[in-house]
Design a binder for this molecule. Sequence first.
Ligand SMILES: Cc1ncc(COP(=O)(O)O)c(C=O)c1O
Length: 525
Amino acid sequence: MSRQSMNSQGRQTRPNEATASESGISETYTGHRGLDKEEALIFELGRAGQCGVDLPALDNTDSRLDGLMRDDIGLPGLSEPEVVRHYVRLSRNNYAIDSGIYPLGSCTMKHNPRLNEKLARLPGFGDIHPMQPTATVQGGIELIDRLAHWLKTITGMPSVAMSPAAGAHGELCGLMAIRAKLTADGDARSRVLVPESAHGTNPATASMCGYKIDSIPANERGRVDLAALKEKLAPDVAAVMLTNPNTCGLFEDEVMEVAEAIHSVGGYFYCDGANLNAVMGRVRVGDLGVDAMHINLHKTFSTPHGGGGPGAGPVVLSEALAAHAPVPWIVHTGQGFDLHETATGDAAGSIGRLKSFHGQMGMFVRALAYMMSHGADGLQQVSEDAVLSANYVLASLKDVMSPSFEGYCMHEALFDEEFLKDSGVTTLDFAKAMIDEGFHPMTIYFPLVVHGAMLIEPTESESKASLDEFIDTMRDLAASASAGDVERFTDAPKLAPRKRLDETRAARSPVLRWRPDAETAEAAE
Ligand SMILES: Cc1ncc(COP(=O)(O)O)c(C=O)c1O
């Protein structure tokens, strides 16, 4: 019984014997395990001359294409059923919110209601084109306007820019608006203050806008150190970027003092609103002195996360910054809606266009569907339930793991590696062992202000039964670690389709794409 156990990339395609027998699972002839098929790369499956749709060759292709025929680009040849099966098998290796709890902190992986999907696919939304004349897409523009109204109402802010495509893009929009306002006032500034616990996108954005970053430490309560912040304030500070609730899952209770302090030196208050899902319906940032804040629709309003998109990160802006919002602007006319598409006339102060067309229409439909199906009281309950879930996890684990800060949390519970001290198990080992137990790990080693961080965000869409199963598993793993059962963690995951990466090798010599091996390359020449 033997089939090749390494593919052409040197990737293991079947469990090694030691691991297999350790886990009590014997090696199979095929390398498949149960109905989970080990999958080769599509290039390894493909054969020359095979294709999905078999059309007769066209006559005179060469002359009709006027010499534009391209050389063989080496795509793998497979029949239609082979392609379908390949991608279906790969998709079964995917972990998703539709498979189970996805407790990644700072990510808000919550259920995407199917109602939203259904509405986004209605032909009146799904089939319209952004280049249609405005008169023929009045309903689509009205939907964007209605969503903008809800975002302004929820945040208590007078203006909103809808087009940014993600949280980070929203940060860029907000800081560009701040820079434009300062420039218009003849008050160029050079520094932006960013707390140590901030998401990496905050300093990256400020730097992209040409600012120097000044880092503010956290205090012993996990909040921004107000005294340290005040010490750094001076007339060259353009803005402070504060996440609230912050990435330790804590409400910045001195937020109004922060607003007052930055305003006292003529700077602006950028609030990272990625965690709005914890305070929606309870706190309006407009009442806290915020000048600009992005809202990740894919977090708070349950639109799907994708590999970098399609997201949406609308930015609410204060009165002072509204004139600098990116175009297009929606204009109400007596007869309906129009679009102001360029930074001219009334929009002369605009930072210009940040994104093609109007933003991610499909996400707008989903977010508005989410808001309307919940209603104002429902949205408030969403944030209350998110906070309740996180506190349930915190309270249920705090005797066996080590919470980083005292007291209640907001929407995510933060633990550090203290409970693993002297156990021989690291935060990384602990997270990997969760995979063997069927759980996607929480966020680890972020935020950086605590050692070996484990940030758990259960969200409101988990049932108590699902939280209990998660909690029981975490308790069991914590008990194993403190009992010295290091075996359970070493080299975990042992049962997943892919084992522990050699992180050093992956970083130093990454194999980022398939290349034909030498033999194939030679034959192709
Ligand atoms: C606190 C915080 N800020 C900013 C971002 C960036 O948002 P996005 O991933 O939509 O660009 C995130 C995303 O996870 C976040 O958690």
